[in-house]
Design a protein around this ligand. Structure first.
Ligand code: NAD
Length: 265
């Protein structure tokens, strides 16, 4: 499968080049950067810290879309919108990791998905998406006698809490129980809080050091406890998930899919 990487000189783009080169069944079709980038003409292998590939970075996205079977896009929302139009025109599968799209930009993906296969995820880690699916399933099986708490730890530079992924786990668990997270979330506890309310989903946030990201969903019952934990060590997990999504997209009919679909949940 010929995979093209748009935004190939970015932090994720370079990891994606490596991942495509290392994955069986994948060939690197090419890579693009924004017009005027200093990286135009540079060998893709050099960008990724791998050996020479003989394929240079270009700014000609239209040409890349004519030769690739799938394109992976971790760029900027405006660029992603242009790439969605090219995917529509050429019928090429598109894997979108870019975040922060507004409604119009999201609309462009919806239009492309009418004619081609689009996989979009805010978090492409296979493990995190598996954890989301499992949290929903476990919460659906256990009743409210099991208290759900989400614990997360990140490096000391992270500025928001709880993490987006912790909230996504809470949302998945709430969905499993058939409730709305906003109605049951206990995002912080401090001082004389009173007893835990039945059915609440609690959050605990730890910050320190250089932890890339750790999340645990705790289901605490009387006399037993289930814990589902994911530990991220590097951003390479996003690249791995995106390449997996590109391979999966090959056999899918047109539509807008998520990592949940890729993993079969
Ligand atoms: P980055 O800034 O390092 O890389 C983005 C690259 O896109 C840059 O090299 C930029 O020059 C390039 N670019 C911009 N416009 C372009 C165009 N028109 N054509 C080709 N290339 C263009 O950023 P990053 O850390 O790699 O993240 C990129 C995006 O991916 C962000 O939106 C980020 O939030 C998202 N992200 C998503 C996940 C996930 O799992 N979904 C994981 C990590 C990052």
């Amino acid at each position: 499968m010929k995979i093209g990487i748009v935004g190939c000189a970015g932090r994720m783009g370079r990891m994606l080049i490596n991942e495509v080169l290392a994955t069986d069944g994948c060939n690197l079709a090419g890579g693009t950067e924004r017009e005027g980038s200093d990286f135009i003409g540079v060998d893709l292998g050099q960008l990724a810290g791998a050996g020479e590939t003989g394929i240079a970075c270009t700014d000609d996205a239209a040409a890349l879309f004519t030769i690739a079977d799938a394109i992976i896009d971790f760029t900027l929302p405006v660029a992603t919108t242009d790439h969605a139009a090219l995917a529509l025109e050429h019928g090429v599968s598109l894997v979108i990791g870019t975040t922060g799209l507004n409604d119009d930009q999201q609309g462009a993906l919806d239009v492309a998905a009418r004619r081609t296969t689009v996989v979009q995820a805010a978090n492409f880690s296979v493990g995190v998406n598996l954890l989301l699916g499992l949290a929903e399933q476990v919460a659906g099986v256990l009743d409210e006698s099991f208290d759900i708490e989400i614990i997360e730890m990140h490096h000391k530079h992270k500025v928001d809490a709880p993490s987006g992924t912790a909230l996504a786990i809470g949302k998945a668990a709430a969905a499993g129980r058939g409730v709305n997270l906003d109605d049951v979330a206990q995002r912080v506890r401090d001082g004389h809080t009173g007893e835990r309310r039945n059915g609440d989903i609690g959050f605990a946030t730890l910050r320190g050091g250089d932890v890339a990201g750790e999340h645990t969903a705790v289901f605490a019952g009387a006399g037993e406890r289930i814990e589902l934990t994911h530990k991220a060590a590097s951003r390479v997990i996003f690249a791995r998930g995106a390449v997996r999504a590109a391979l999966w997209a090959k056999n899918q009919p047109p539509g807008l899919y998520s990592m949940k679909d890729v993993l079969g949940f």
